[in-house]
Design a protein around this ligand. Structure first.
Ligand code: NI
Length: 430
């Protein structure tokens, strides 16, 4: 599809100064950004978007979530992390059926599109259903079947990952990539992790894992292995593969050195860490060591939304507070974490994460005509500190319009809300 966005403003996120352009045009063709500047002479758009009073920026990338957990939103709250996970979440997850995951995924995809997320990285079960939802909705995703196992012979979930890879990797016009998702060192034995590493090497998959999320996890790791979770998985060889490590809240200086040396991308989830009482990740220290830090919401039952604008605001504010230093995680850094750093974590930085000619047309248009976005002193500060998810007006992924003037084009929103409610209620009483 050929799309012309006329007379707009752009926050491209392409360099240290974030390159802001005003009163400019964008030509989109074959899913890509073909041109930025004057309207091309022979360009015949099928769709024209009036960009006046709008800001075009890269679509936000939610680097860590479990979107189907929207079915458990507001179901188990204000509980400590371990009872929340082991007494409330795991038992109800036992009862999940494939159809639940489809409707839960669709519900979150609507929420993500409406709040400006164009790509997400997920780890869960029944991932065929999430892949179906991604394919139908038009959003982009990296998907991992959550892997847990006590021995190298636990092959069921590993075989599911292979099947997922064969069925979905590179599918939906290349919008889906499949990763290997060992859940965490406390749910995967060393021999099982070795098996996962073998699998990821064979299929050239990235690793998506939870690491050093809670204090208890660190204590247990020292009791079981005499070392931190980060050192433990590094010694097994996990970081020899490109790795996305969610949380990394409780880190020693040695842990940070390992993450930096092994080029591990850290997926920061400030909202979830706060809500589950797990603490504050030392993002400032990681960034200073050159670690790529991306941003995620985590699942909708530990956040309890999929709103990346809230998350990037939190990332900036929390780091200023915990360091007692207002220069920590400035607005531009928080925005990078939510865009290009996310793309880098997913291995997609040559395709998405900035507004540049030749990249895929994954972008959002923010409606600047809102009282809380006046006066227009600084677009970067406005997006990090003032913007609301509801300011997202139009969403384009892979050169297709998924939402225009807040109307979702690819999904029947009413139907999804009805079905998700029904499946959630049936699930908890099953
Ligand atoms: Ni998680």
């Amino acid at each position: 599809m050929r799309i012309l966005i006329k007379n707009t403003n752009i926050l491209s996120m392409t360099n240290e100064k974030e390159n802001i352009m005003e009163n400019i045009n964008i030509c989109i063709e074959d899913g890509k950004i073909k041109h930025i500047g004057e309207i091309l002479e022979h360009f015949t758009p099928e769709s024209i978007i009036d960009g006046r009073g709008k800001l075009v920026m890269p679509g936000l990338i939610n680097s860590h979530t479990h979107i189907a957990m929207s079915l458990f939103r507001n179901y188990a709250d204000d509980l400590p992390f371990w009872p929340w996970l082991t007494e409330k979440i795991w038992p109800v997850e036992e009862k999940l059926i494939a159809e639940d995951v489809y409707w839960g995924s669709m519900l979150s995809i609507i929420e993500m599109i409406q709040s400006g997320t164009t790509c997400f990285s997920d780890m869960y079960f029944f991932m065929d259903e999430t892949a179906k939802a991604v394919s139908e909705s038009g959003i982009r995703a990296s998907l991992a079947r959550g892997l847990m196992g006590q021995s190298a012979d636990d092959l069921d979930r590993i075989n599911e990952t292979i099947q997922m890879y064969k069925n979905w990797n590179g599918k939906a016009d290349g919008r889906i990539t499949i990763a290997a998702g060992p859940h965490a060192p406390y749910t995967c034995s060393p021999s099982y992790l070795e098996k996962v590493i073998e699998l990821a090497k064979e299929y050239n998959m990235r690793i998506h894992i939870h690491l050093s999320e809670s204090k208890k996890e660190i204590e247990d790791s020292f009791n079981n292995y005499k070392k931190s979770p980060i050192k433990h998985v590094n010694d097994i060889g996990l970081f020899d593969l490109p790795t996305m490590a969610a949380h990394c809240v409780h880190l020693s200086d040695e842990d940070i050195d390992i993450l930096a040396e092994k080029n591990v991308s850290v997926l920061n989830n400030p909202g979830s860490n706060l809500k589950l009482g797990n603490g504050f990740a030392s993002i400032e220290k990681l960034l200073k060591k050159g670690v790529n830090v991306a941003l995620g919401t985590d699942g909708p039952s530990s956040n309890n939304n999929q709103n990346m604008f809230e998350e990037l605001n939190l990332a900036s504010l929390i780091n200023k507070a915990i360091n007692g230093d207002t220069t920590c995680v400035p607005a531009s850094t928080a925005l990078k974490m939510a865009t290009i750093n996310g793309a880098r974590a997913l291995g997609l930085e040559s395709d998405i994460g900035t507004i540049e000619v030749g990249k895929k047309a994954d972008m959002i248009l923010i409606d600047l005509n809102k009282p809380h976005l006046y006066p227009k002193h600084n677009f970067i500060s406005a997006m990090a500190y003032s913007a609301q998810a509801s300011d997202v007006d139009t969403v384009i992924v892979d050169g297709k319009i998924l939402m225009e003037k807040r109307e979702i084009k690819t999904i029947d929103v009413e139907k999804v809300m009805y079905k998700a409610e029904k499946h959630a209620k049936e699930l908890v009483s099953r």
